[in-house]
Design a protein around this ligand. Structure first.
Ligand code: G
Ligand code: G
Ligand code: MN
Ligand code: NA
Length: 258
């Protein structure tokens, strides 16, 4: 209840902020993108995790307003980075199923990109499997219309949703992100000999390669995990090993060094 009440004021009072986590190419040793992640610092509640407040914002539908604010804010920040000389790579925005189905995602994205003159090739939308699995005509149409803007579509938390893989073939999917739960299980070099632990990441790597879909591994925290991924053909990682999510100034430093 406290969270629900606080969230409405949070947007108005500017308590929400956005952090960015780089996606890093292990082979080319450069930053190839970033994921935008919401942060809420409440004077009454302290720092509230998105894992806590997003489900509540989804229940009340307020996630549509938050998501709209976030899309505009990301585009605004990208324009500021550009102005300061950054060479940008695509920034991924998490879109809640509620915003996807009920918000006017196509218009929100196109208006924000227009306002700040952001090249659609520099925006990515992250959806969970649950959203794209929905076979309704409207879902498929919406996915194609988002793609039609020139925005890329990425599947978040891949492997944790439903087991049907057929959507990868008939929907316009550009990228999948191996869920961090699979990466976490690789705790040391011993784990690499345990096929029960490596089988799923390896299968996802094969799947992505054969379908010609980009692949990112999430939650990469150690050198062992990085080496395992690089040696097996997953070149792009996101996780604490390269960098935690950082504020827009620290992200600018990353872009300027890229
Ligand atoms: O950053 P952190 O690990 O605390 O995020 C926890 C969860 O909140 C993750 O599952 C992440 O996908 C989700 N999340 C973070 N930012 C956003 C956002 O802007 N929109 C939506 N819908 N989810 C987000
Ligand atoms: O569900 P989604 O993939 O959007 O969630 C991304 C979340 O994962 C972010 O909230 C981020 O803080 C968190 N995260 C990013 N890198 C790591 C990592 O290396 N380890 C862990 N445990 N969490 C991470
Ligand atoms: Mn995500
Ligand atoms: Na994820």
């Amino acid at each position: 209840m406290l969270i629900q009440h606080g969230l409405h004021n949070a947007l108005k009072r500017g308590e929400l902020s956005i952090h960015y986590q780089p996606k890093y190419a292990l082979d080319e040793k450069n930053i190839v993108g970033a994921e935008a992640l919401l942060r809420w610092s409440s004077p009454e509640l302290g720092v509230v995790s998105p894992a806590e407040f997003i489900p509540i914002a989804e229940e009340t539908g307020f996630i549509v307003d938050i998501g709209c604010w976030l899309i505009n804010q990301v585009c605004k920040t990208m324009a500021a980075w550009r102005e300061q000389g950054a060479t940008l790579a695509p920034v991924a925005i998490n879109v809640s199923p509620i915003q996807f189905h009920r918000g006017n995602l196509h218009r929100t994205l196109s208006q924000a990109m227009n306002s700040y003159l952001i090249d659609p090739a520099l925006i990515q939308v992250e959806l969970t499997e649950g959203v794209v699995m929905n076979k309704q005509h409207s879902t498929i149409e919406l996915l194609h219309s988002i793609k039609g803007l020139g925005v890329a579509i990425s599947i978040d938390d891949f492997g944790t949703g439903y087991s049907s893989l057929s959507y990868l073939r008939h929907l316009p999917i550009d990228e999948i992100k191996i869920d961090r739960s699979f990466i976490m299980e690789i705790v040391d070099t011993q784990s690499l000999n345990d096929t029960r632990l490596t089988a799923i990441p390896l299968a996802i790597i094969d799947l992505a390669r054969n379908l010609n879909i980009k692949l990112v591994a999430e939650g990469v925290e150690t050198e062992v995990q990085s080496k395992f991924l690089l040696e097996n053909g997953c070149h792009i990682i996101q996780g604490y090993w390269f960098s935690k999510p950082v504020d827009d100034e620290a992200m600018l430093d990353f872009w300027l060094r890229a």
